[in-house]
Design a protein around this ligand. Structure first.
Ligand SMILES: [Zn+2]
Ligand SMILES: [Zn+2]
Length: 333
């Protein structure tokens, strides 16, 4: 992982900001991810006055990209974006500033005519897990392709812990001592151990709830009068597995939470009385849940929670010489 002198000195922790006069003119977008900004305000100071100066021309950046990994990343993103611009001038100097919002990372600009800068790269920043003191500076982490990965559920765990400890407005009003719904699923300690529990409104504790789309029938797994006693000894699905529900049960167990409430399995679906009683309490059931798992990526109970996802290309750099400050990775976004 080699960096040229210019890249090594980029003030990545706090890049210089864009002057307000630039921001006031607003960004102009074109073609989805191509978010280039062109400012033609005569009053704007030229970037020499505020940005971190990088290479003064494309040819010098290209040359440095042969040996510097960050220059390579910047150059690739520049060539991808510049070819889409209506006036692809390639003789301009490169400057680096902070991103427009308070996100971490930096923007790369080229400076041509007076008062006209164009955005030719936007990079996020983050640290690898276990990056020591750098973790307190950079909030970003690499994204795993598989969201059911153990690393991902550990991050969820940390978020939930942080949320319950520090956010006074989040979480159920009764915390860990909420009334459990009339029925909940005890997720057990390993897959296959889940079973239905009837609390008769006498138990307290904490539980997750599942928000999801049932999707197209059949829903042969749902709770009925005939399978109630079976589900109370063990929930095993005979036909097609409702993957979303199984995933939610597994995730609940991974988070160290014992119960989950899922409407299809906790409300008797062939009893008007039970359905009437229980559906009237749904607002409370969701409101009292320690955490609601929202299966937003699936339109069916058969599709599951953990879809594969695109991950941005990342490049790992060792920016700091200190031993406990291991890694830093900018990535184009
Ligand atoms: Zn470089
Ligand atoms: Zn919160």
């Amino acid at each position: 992982m080699k960096l040229c002198d210019l890249c090594r000195l980029i003030p990545i922790e706090k890049p210089p900001s864009l002057p307000k006069t630039y921001l006031d003119n607003g960004p102009q977008t074109q073609g989805g991810d191509l978010l280039f900004i062109e400012y033609r305000n005569e009053n704007n100071p030229p970037p020499q006055g505020f940005g971190y100066p990088h290479y003064p021309s494309e040819s010098q950046l290209k040359e440095s990209a042969k040996t510097c990994d960050l220059c390579r990343l910047i150059y690739d993103e520049f060539t991808r974006i510049i070819t889409k611009m209506p006036w692809p001038s390639r003789d301009d100097g490169f400057f680096i500033t902070a991103r427009e919002t308070n996100q971490q990372g930096f923007l790369v600009w080229i400076f041509g005519e007076k008062g006209n800068i164009r955005r030719v790269g936007a990079f996020g920043a983050g640290v690898r897990n276990g990056a020591g003191s750098l973790s307190s500076i950079f909030r970003g982490h690499p994204i795993h392709k598989d969201s059911s990965d153990q690393t991902a559920s550990n991050i969820v765990k940390q978020w939930v812990q942080h949320c319950t400890q520090h956010h006074t407005l989040c979480g159920p009003p009764e915390g860990l001592n909420a009334p459990l719904p009339s029925r909940v699923i005890d997720v057990g300690t390993s897959p296959g151990e889940a079973k239905l529990i009837e609390t008769h409104g006498t138990m307290k504790g904490y539980y997750t709830s599942l928000s999801y789309s049932w999707g197209i029938p059949p829903h042969s797994y749902k709770l009925t009068r005939s399978n109630l006693s079976t589900y109370k000894s063990a929930i095993k699905f005979s036909d097609e597995i409702p993957r979303t529900i199984v995933d939610a049960i597994d995730l609940t167990r991974l988070l160290g939470i014992r119960y989950i409430w899922v409407d299809a399995l906790c409300i008797m679906q062939d009893s008007d009385t039970d359905w009437g009683n229980e559906s009237a309490k749904m607002l409370n059931y969701y409101g009292n849940a320690y955490l609601t798992i929202s299966a937003a990526a699936s339109d069916s109970s058969y599709k599951g929670i953990f879809n594969k996802r695109d991950t941005p290309p990342t490049t790992v750099f060792h920016l700091y010489p200190k031993a406990d400050q291991k890694a830093f990775l900018p990535f184009p976004r």
